[in-house]
Design a protein. Structure first.
Lengths: 104, 119, 276
């Protein structure tokens, strides 16, 4: 009897703990990505170039993750990350270009 | 035993012709309609803010009026590029870089191009 | 022959070098010229009236509004605040002379503190020095007090003096760079709309010229349904181009105000104002 039960339970526990590990790493993956995107946002802010919606998007990403919608959460994090990357490129571009517009 | 392909080949043109007659929009028309929607949407293209376009009300005049577009952009790809990133032609352009800065999605830009190209 | 060439090159380099050593005064002269050439029918002094100086239809409307100005209530409220004593018995008159007619002295560079001091900043420093809570900078009581002091100061000449101080010049330069730099997801600089774009229409609104911009603040803005300070408008503009706004009276906005006000040197304060 014990043998039969263990034949079911041990694999079941294994599957459960494996899937438990899988969801843990998905949220770990999200947290890592979110933290990186927020750091990028702060970098843009440090040079005065943070865009208006980046923080909001990160907030929405957290909310999506809290609801378990990891796919959307990761999409939003990627969107926020891209905004900060574009802002940094913009800052570099403008640091040279602005002088060319000053009326002489 | 009539081959399936033969039947389809026979019926397809009739169905397509029929759909045009029945008023179902073709893929092109649908895209053009979507393009106008996105172009006129204040939160998306908002093109009327700076351009006179078609029957749009209260157009701005910071940019040139959008007319004779095929003549002005014989290469459609160049029109798309101008909307995607106007800074390439002119780094001091007033026009927002709709694609470069992800203001509009690729799909939205494609639709806008189809619409603008009819003007 | 070599000597001639070397001398010529040296002279040319020197000329180019001198040309690129723009001073604030050459900046200002070029700024004024840009706008007076763009709007040749507007008398220079009239630029303090913003969009109404370049757009006749809205001017007619504005002149009607000015018969019963929407900012009058704010001036009255500001006067009441001005006359109210602090808990410690002192008043604003103990911080500011001339019954508040001091707008002509702001903004200025404080060489000891190494920062730009604006009128609104000074109002809050007066409050906190006398044990009062500081006010929020964008609207409400601060806008009322600023409106009263601006009204008292009407007619004063705009004359920002940049002291012979590298830090002051750096502050001016930061304000200047901010003004000409594109920012935000929509990639606009202040100059895009209020320089090159001045006089053009965005939908149904005419863009005002930057020349004269700081003369008439705080403003009653119909869109706000109330008064707002200059920095409130800075923040609003930044948001409109999808850039994250800075806080009112943050260092960069004070430096932007410093640069912009210098550009208006020679014009006259005519605040508070009424705008769309």
């Amino acid at each position: 009897m014990l043998k039969k039960i263990s034949k079911i339970f041990i694999p079941a526990i294994a599957v459960l703990s494996l899937s438990g590990c899988a969801s843990l790493s998905a949220s770990e993956e999200f947290t890592a990505a979110w933290d990186a995107a927020d750091a990028a946002r702060k970098d843009a802010a440090a040079v005065g170039y943070e865009w208006r919606d980046t923080g909001k998007i990160l907030g929405k990403a957290k909310a999506a993750a809290d609801e378990g919608d990891m796919e959307n959460a990761m999409k939003l994090v990627a969107k926020a990350q891209e905004q900060s990357a574009d802002a940094m490129v913009q800052q570099k571009r403008e640091s040279e270009l602005w002088k060319t517009r000053v009326p002489q | 035993m009539i081959r399936k392909t033969a039947v389809i080949a026979f019926l397809a043109p009739i169905i397509m012709f029929g759909s045009v007659l029945s008023g179902v929009a073709t893929a092109d028309e649908a895209m053009i309609e979507k393009g106008k929607e996105v172009a006129f949407d204040r939160k998306k293209g908002n093109c009327l803010a700076c351009h006179m376009i078609d029957d749009g009300s209260l157009p701005g005049n910071q940019g040139p009026p959008l007319i004779s577009m095929k003549a002005r952009f014989p290469d459609k790809a160049k029109l798309r590029a101008q909307i995607y990133n106007p800074l390439e032609r002119n780094p001091n352009s007033f026009m927002p870089p709709f694609g470069l800065h992800n203001i509009l999605s690729d799909g939205d830009i494609d639709a806008i191009v189809e619409y603008i190209y009819t003007l | 022959m070599k000597k001639v060439i070397v001398t010529l090159v040296a002279l040319m380099t020197a000329t180019v070098w001198i040309g690129t050593q723009a001073s604030p005064e050459t900046d200002r002269a070029a700024f004024e010229k840009f706008f007076t050439q763009k709007f040749p029918n507007t008398p220079t002094a009239d630029f303090v009236n913003g969009v109404y100086s370049i757009h006749a239809p809205s001017r007619a409307q504005w002149e009607e509004i000015e018969e019963f100005p929407p900012y009058e209530l704010s001036i009255d409220a500001g006067k009441t605040e001005w006359n109210k004593a602090f808990a410690n018995g002192k008043t604003y008159a103990d911080c500011f002379e001339n019954e508040g007619a001091v707008r002509g002295s702001y903004p200025y560079w404080d060489s000891d503190r190494k920062e730009v001091i604006t009128l609104e900043l000074a109002v809050n420093e007066c409050r906190t020095a006398n044990g009062e809570e500081p006010l929020k900078y964008s609207k409400g009581k601060m806008a009322d007090i600023s409106a009263y002091m601006s009204y008292q100061s009407r007619g004063q000449e705009i004359n920002v003096v940049i002291p012979d101080d590298a830090d002051a010049m750096a502050a001016y330069d930061r304000g200047k760079e901010f003004f000409y730099s594109k920012r935000g997801q929509l990639n606009f600089s202040c100059f895009d709309c209020h320089g090159g774009g001045a006089g053009s229409m965005v939908r149904a609104d005419t863009l005002s010229p930057a020349y004269g911009h700081t003369s008439h603040f705080p403003v009653y803005r119909s869109k706000w349904g109330g008064m707002g300070t200059l920095h409130r408008r800075f923040g609003g503009c930044n948001k409109q181009v999808r850039a994250k706004p800075f806080k009112s009276q943050s260092p960069i906005y004070r430096e932007l105000e410093y640069f912009l006000t210098y550009m208006n040197n020679g014009l006259v304060y005519n605040g508070p104002g009424a705008r769309k």
